[in-house]
Write a new protein. Structure first.
Length: 303
């Protein structure tokens, strides 16, 4: 972990506070994976050996509401992911405690941290990052586009074949923690967790999506904010030669956009140092907009 987190000439800072290069997904990893999905009857007809079979015991999918990150009331939460987890465990009749193996989607550390919180993973698993993946993590064993989840399922199937009867959970997401899915797999036959079932089935995913939409609350984004605001989250963007700008997301405190969310930037040393020092979150300042660009000036700034 120290090697991945320590900023060096080879592992430059990308954001601060935030991530060094080695913690970010890399699109240049060239890998491939393949699955054969079939019913038991078709698998038998194809002559596929049953000792290679891995059953999907339960699954779910949903999209975050609101879709846009800037309109979500809580930036650190993913209610859709929590709902997907609950539905997956329920439909599989398998609790998280029985999932010996995990493949938590890992484009960036925040995706893993949010998943751990929303899935109620225990502290020990959260401390040991190697317990959260059987493939190795998207920055190091990724793939083009959205195929990392496919590779994660392949790796999970391979692991479960060597530890027969155990269960594994695989998660996936797309966008800005926007689209979520999960599945629980095992060599244990589906009928063992679903006694009396005559065929595989799942609940219509539209039911879960409709529930999320009915419960959702939306925070409007100020298009051209002007006035005082308080920072909810922030970071400093780095280029190859060091800090470039500070980025602030927060809520307007007064003016025509009071209560709305704002996004603003600053390339001043004062604002950049404020964020790097760890004092950015909760900071109050003035937001102004010119030529469709919003700027943030911390309260007490000499500018």
């Amino acid at each position: 972990p120290a090697e991945l987190m320590t900023v060096t000439a080879e592992n430059r800072a990308v954001t601060q506070p935030g991530y060094a290069k080695y913690l970010n997904a890399v699109q240049d990893v060239d890998q491939a994976g393949a699955l054969i999905m079939a019913t038991v009857s078709v698998a038998r007809a194809l002559g596929l050996r049953d000792d290679q079979w891995v059953y999907l015991h339960g699954c779910a999918e949903a999209e975050e509401v609101p879709v846009y990150l800037t309109e979500r009331l809580e930036l650190h939460r993913s209610k859709a992911l929590r709902a997907v987890g609950e539905e997956t465990f329920s439909s599989a009749n398998v609790p998280l405690s029985r999932c010996k193996y995990l493949e938590v989607y890992s484009c960036f550390p925040v995706a893993v941290q949010v998943a751990c919180r929303e899935l109620d993973l225990d502290a020990q698993r959260m401390r040991d990052g190697s317990a959260l993946t059987v493939l190795g993590g998207l920055p190091y064993h990724g793939g083009p586009g959205n195929s990392y989840a496919l590779l994660g399922i392949v790796a999970m199937c391979e692991r479960l074949r060597t530890d027969r009867g155990s269960f594994g959970l695989v998660t996936a997401n797309g966008g800005f923690l926007t689209k979520h899915s999960a599945g629980i797999y095992s060599t244990t036959p589906y009928q063992d967790t679903h006694p009396g079932a005559t065929s595989w089935k799942r609940r219509d995913p539209r039911e879960l999506q409709q529930r999320l939409e009915a419960e959702a609350s939306e925070l409007k984004l100020a298009v051209a904010p002007e006035g005082q605001g308080q920072v909810e989250t922030c970071t400093v963007e780095h280029g190859r030669n060091g800090p470039v700008r500070a980025i602030f997301i927060g809520r307007m405190a007064d003016g025509k956009d009071a209560g709305k969310r704002f996004i603003a930037t600053s390339n001043t040393k004062e604002a950049i140092d404020l964020v790097i020092s760890g004092c950015g979150i909760g900071a109050v300042g003035h937001i102004s907009t010119e030529n469709e660009r919003s700027s943030f000036v911390p309260r007490g700034s000499k500018l």
